[in-house]
Design a protein around this ligand. Sequence first.
Ligand SMILES: NC(=O)c1ccc[n+]([C@@H]2O[C@H](COP(=O)([O-])OP(=O)(O)OC[C@H]3O[C@@H](n4cnc5c(N)ncnc54)[C@H](OP(=O)(O)O)[C@@H]3O)[C@@H](O)[C@H]2O)c1
Length: 337
Amino acid sequence: MPNESTSAPSAAALALQIRAFGAPTEVAEVLEIAVPSPGPGEVRVRMEFAPVNPADLNVLEGKYGTLPALPAVAGIEGVGRVVSSGGETDEALVGKRVLLPHGFGAWRQFGNAKAAELVVVPETIPAHQAAMLRINPATALCLLRHFTHLQPGEWIVQNAANSGVGRGVIQIARACGWKTVNIVRRPGLKEELEGIGADVVLEEGDGLAKRITEAAGGSNIRLALNAVGGECALSQAKALASGGIHVTYGAMSLQPLRMPNGLLIFKDLTFRGFWVSQWYRAAGEKDVATLFSKLFEWASKGVLHTPVEAVYKLSQAKEAIAHAMRANRGGKILFEG
Ligand SMILES: NC(=O)c1ccc[n+]([C@@H]2O[C@H](COP(=O)([O-])OP(=O)(O)OC[C@H]3O[C@@H](n4cnc5c(N)ncnc54)[C@H](OP(=O)(O)O)[C@@H]3O)[C@@H](O)[C@H]2O)c1
């Protein structure tokens, strides 16, 4: 690993660039791009790992809440090692493993970042796990903490429970003493999810609302986390107690939320949304530091762990993206730098 303590000269490096939005496997091009010398207050980072998340695919399609000006390097999150500094930064950063800034364009070998926007990662966290912390586990923690104050032993219900976020919700809820009803869309996941702390695993389908209520032993469920939409989201809402909160943060089925009027009139449910990008924009430095300190603690101890199905080189962009778009994956797809 190079560990230059002085400013690096300009160089060229591979990156996955988009010049137009469209079909994800078509629009990500592997190119050699110029990496200028880092300027004052900047450092050069060598990317180690960066995941392909659903949000990255949405960006490639041009269907995300914020879109970069084109051309742009893709990849919202990732982890890398600081290899040199442009001066006017803390020289102790050189050699450190860092989370790349949100929306950095992480699918690249090298890039320059503002030193002030980097988060130093403890070496006790494996690099591939660190690469996936900024979006999904952060979302899981915010979903569990920011909408209501859950009591010890209280139940929540979530769908897409075997996703990156879903697994984070299971692991964090277990660590905090909350119980989870976990909905998945296919069989064969019960044992695996119970193994990471799920209390109950249910498959989507007939009678889901009743099965959720029974699974929680008739306890009031005050929080539902929805990344699917459509019928599944409706079943979650039906299973909520009066005054419950239904939070939508994803729409994997692409089906809209349709709620009978009665759920609002007679149960006074609250429907909310969550977007972690907006959370980072609005959060103060202290909130972000508190979030990462908790995530780092859990990731160091292995309490938080996201499985990885495959690791690809940047030069294998099309295969990697096609793999990330497949159903029934056993874990995340990562690029290595
Ligand atoms: N709002 C935010 O701030 C925020 C932050 C992070 C993630 N998200 C969203 O959260 C969702 C999960 O992201 P992730 O990275 O955790 O996912 P992931 O690990 O890539 O897994 C995708 C999950 O979606 C499931 N799925 C796919 N199509 C589905 C369908 N038609 N119906 C039901 N389930 C379906 C998959 O099930 P199978 O395994 O059966 O294929 C899998 O559980 C995405 O919608 C993502 O955009 C939002």
